[in-house]
Design a protein around this ligand. Structure first.
Ligand SMILES: *Cc1c(COP(=O)(O)O)cnc(C)c1O
Length: 366
């Protein structure tokens, strides 16, 4: 089977270093908010060119904590895309605010700025852009837009480790970036982890308190917080895995390039090719087809795993059916949800496997 993820193929040197890291944490006797977390925060801050990083429990909490740190909650609206992981929207709801769902650009599946513009109202406080599939959203345009409307720009960077656009790195354009280190992400750990990146010292400080029961100093709780700390063990693992991130991204880009040049089937459409190579880190390689169910079945028979990211747009999810949406509708998101198909794209696939996926996709003919 050619799989979406094949962690079992990770190199022995990586496994060895991770075991060493775990060993070190166990023997340190310091397991919560210690040296490993501090070091990883510094390393991740440097990697994404962000002055401050606060490690938290997962990507969804990173969004919730960031929103809360900004004072966004009850009575406030936050605009985001209907084509994203459910966690993006769930974080807004968990923070006590109200999500408003906007449509996507049909060529990239990224949140469309003109749709966001139609969603802005007197209660709007922020826009969360999602760097979907690893493609950088148009950050310059979003920065200008949010500035002109007096809104916070927030970046959901869960799929975007290493993406940049026009010299702006993902996670540095908005008031904060929310990162997930879930195992399948471009940088993942062996469990759950997340982080907030920001250049706002005050926000970083508040987020650091919120992740730890809203505690400012031991047993003093000026705010209502969460328990969402990054574990020492995951920080130690992430430090090891971070040293591989660059080569993994290079490999993902090679695979994507192979797909872009190889896939030639009129029944299949590729998303828009990125304007510059560093605009995309290919967390997922997504194609669209009006016959995606048949294509997916066909590929499965050939031994190729595929997934849909995402088959149900957020506004059609049960808890979200009454949310406010773009008054023009969310037609592009709906169409994309019914046609998208993710092909295997992970650093451990061989060229032979990718060529077989390409060959099979090209052979598919209804
Ligand atoms: C994975 C993901 C999240 C949630 O991250 P977790 O670490 O699983 O909580 C949020 N947004 C997007 C776009 C994601 O892909």
């Amino acid at each position: 089977m050619i799989q979406m993820n094949v962690f079992t193929r990770e190199p022995e040197c990586l496994i060895e270093k991770q075991i060493e890291a775990i060993n070190r944490v166990i023997r340190s006797g310091s397991w919560i908010l210690g040296k490993e977390v501090q070091e990883f925060e510094v390393e991740w801050a440097s990697w994404c060119d962000s002055p401050y990083v606060v490690g938290v429990g997962n990507g969804m909490d990173a969004l919730e904590i960031g929103l809360r740190a900004l004072g966004i909650g009850d009575g406030d609206e936050v605009i985001t895309t209907s084509m994203t992981a459910f966690a993006t929207v769930l974080a807004i709801i968990r923070a006590g605010a109200t999500p408003v769902l906007a449509d996507i650009d049909s060529e990239t599946a990224i949140l469309a700025i003109e749709s966001v513009a139609r969603c802005v109202g007197p209660k709007t406080k922020a826009v969360i852009v999602v760097h979907l599939y690893g493609q950088a959203a148009p950050l310059k345009e979003y920065k200008e837009f949010c500035h002109s409307k007096g809104l916070f720009l927030i970046e959901d960077c869960a799929q975007a480790h290493g993406t940049s656009i026009n010299g702006i790195k993902a996670g540095t354009a908005g008031i904060f970036g929310a990162w997930s280190f879930y195992p399948t992400k471009n940088l993942g750990t062996i469990g759950d982890a997340g982080a907030i990146s920001t250049s706002d010292k005050d926000l970083a400080k508040k987020a650091g308190q919120l992740r730890n029961y809203g505690q400012s100093e031991r047993f003093h709780h000026p705010q209502i917080g969460l328990n969402s700390r990054l574990d020492e063990i995951h920080a130690a693992i992430l430090k090891v895995r971070l040293t591989f991130l660059k080569i993994w991204i290079v490999r993902r880009r090679e695979i994507a390039q192979r797909y872009y040049t190889g896939i030639l089937n009129p029944l299949v459409k590729l998303l828009k090719f990125p304007a510059a190579p560093n605009n995309h880190v290919y967390h997922l390689f997504v194609i669209t087809s009006a016959m995606r169910e048949q294509l997916s079945e066909y590929l499965k028979e050939k031994g190729i795993e595929t997934l849909y990211h995402y088959p149900v747009p957020i506004h059609n999810q049960n808890p979200c059916k009454n949310l406010k949406t773009d008054p023009h509708g969310l037609l592009s998101a709906e169409k994309h949800a019914s046609e998208c198909l993710s092909l295997p794209c992970n650093p451990f696939l061989t060229n032979k496997e990718i060529d077989f996926v390409i060959y099979s996709v090209n052979k598919f003919n209804s």
